[in-house]
Design a protein around this ligand. Structure first.
Ligand code: DOR
Length: 425
């Protein structure tokens, strides 16, 4: 396939000849090659998500490896990190290998498997991190739950220091709120009569963990940063040279606490949606690099798990298909961030954090052909019914957002296409 006339983020018009999974020299393309006219489109390196819940095994009614990775390809992602809170939990090398093999047969993009930090995500005993690392896992996380025990977190980071792995922490102190906490603690939660999580439930854990990262030299990655206080802690830690990276979700960049007044449980998520001053802080931190990456926390849930009173409904929202749309609107279209920085935050840097060798590579001859063609000007109201996900908990439904992805090429294969000029074959 020969993609002609696309612009790169640096502003150059380039042709891409995709052959045998890599970019080859366009001058060597045969005359009868399949052609895609990409004039007017932007070529981004394939996006990499550090934080995806694929739900398989165990909750195939909410998502599968096939449907979740198709949603990823529709969103421009060529790699997702599959979180470990499956049923059963991905806490052994065998379970990690099962996901790898299922993905190899069924996925539309690369799947990097995240192993659990603790057995059964119970927070009591380390899982067999060594065996999972030997099988290829580079990221370990109890995401959905916080590794609250300080000594266990220290041991996990010691393992990371010894092996080059990274511990991705869901920073939310479970002892800083009651069992019915379900939103951000603020005047809005008080008006709605809901129990809230204080912002400090996040930043207190991050403050502890960056010090453990300093103590152990183990690499810490902070999942879904949502508060201004966490940003302050990260700035302090990075200034000290502590090995910490961080991500922010599209929903924490765009959506705020007052949405909860609708009572719609789609907006229930952990960590919760915050107030404007927090949104401004995480946007600024993403722009200046204090927050290294965007990650979706794509969390599909069956309708029955959301159709409950707010405190009991499952937390989580979809993210893969609108992540790029949100980042374009909130960060690029407002002048907060330029396109090369978007490519850093959504491809190059997450690939480096997750250590996925074939992702986040330059769009250059000899490199793996992972590329997404986007039309930055295209917009459309979000229609959850057209989603590839099996779930419908889409917090962006009805919003007029960029609808940029035209084609996603993953390892040389067309994983998603709506370019009228490309005939399948
Ligand atoms: O809201 C959330 N849902 N936050 C998490 O960290 C986990 C996720 C899930 O698995 O549903």
């Amino acid at each position: 396939m020969l993609i002609t006339g696309a612009r790169t983020v640096d502003g150059f018009a380039t042709d891409f000849y995709v052959r045998d999974g890599v970019f080859a020299d366009p001058l060597q393309a045969p005359p009868n090659v399949r052609r895609v006219d990409a004039a007017g489109l932007l070529a981004l390196p394939g996006l990499v998500d550090l934080h995806t819940h694929l739900r398989q095994p165990g909750r195939e009614d909410a998502e599968t490896i096939a449907t979740g990775t198709l949603a990823a390809a529709r969103g421009g992602f060529t790699c997702v990190h599959a979180m470990a809170n499956t049923t059963p939990v991905t806490d052994t090398a065998e379970r990690a290998e099962w996901i790898r093999q299922t993905a190899a047969a069924q996925a539309s993009c690369e799947v990097a498997v995240v192993g659990a930090v603790t057995k059964g995500l119970a927070g009591e005993e380390l899982a067999d991190l060594e065996a999972m690392a030997a099988g290829g896992a580079r990221v370990f996380s109890d995401d959905g739950r916080c590794v609250a025990d300080s000594l266990l977190m220290r041991r996990a980071l010691e393992f990371a220091a010894a092996t080059g792995a990274v511990i991705a922490q869901h920073s939310q102190d479970p002892r800083l709120a009651g069992p019915t906490a379900c939103c951000h603690e603020s005047h809005v939660s008080r008006e709605l009569g809901l129990d809230g999580w204080p912002a400090q439930a996040e930043s207190a854990i991050v403050a502890r963990d960056v010090q453990l990262a300093e103590l152990t030299s183990g690499r810490l990655h902070v999942c879904h940063v949502s508060t201004a206080e966490t940003v302050d802690v990260l700035r302090w830690a990075k200034a000290r040279g502590i090995p910490v990276t961080a991500e922010v979700t599209p929903h924490h960049l765009l959506l705020d606490t007052p949405l909860l007044a609708s009572g719609d449980t789609t907006y229930k998520v952990n960590p919760p949606l915050r107030t404007t001053e927090h949104l401004e802080a995480v946007r600024e931190a993403l722009a200046d690099g204090t927050i290294d990456a965007v990650a979706t926390d794509h969390a599909p849930h069956a309708a029955s798990d959301k159709a409950k009173p707010f405190p009991e409904a499952s937390p989580g929202m979809l993210g893969l298909e609108q992540a790029l749309s949100v980042v374009i609107d909130v960060m690029v279209n407002t002048g907060r961030m330029d396109w090369p920085t978007l490519a850093e935050r959504m491809s190059y840097t997450p690939a480096r954090i997750g250590r996925v060798a074939d992702q986040g590579r330059p769009l250059a001859i000899g490199e793996p052909a992972n590329v997404v063609l986007v039309d930055p000007a295209r917009r459309a109201p979000v229609d959850p019914q057209t989603s590839a996900s099996l779930s419908r908990n889409n917090p962006y439904r009805g919003l007029d957002l960029p609808d940029p992805v035209v084609m996603t090429v993953c390892a040389g294969r067309v994983a998603f296409n709506r370019h009228p000029g490309l005939v399948p074959g």
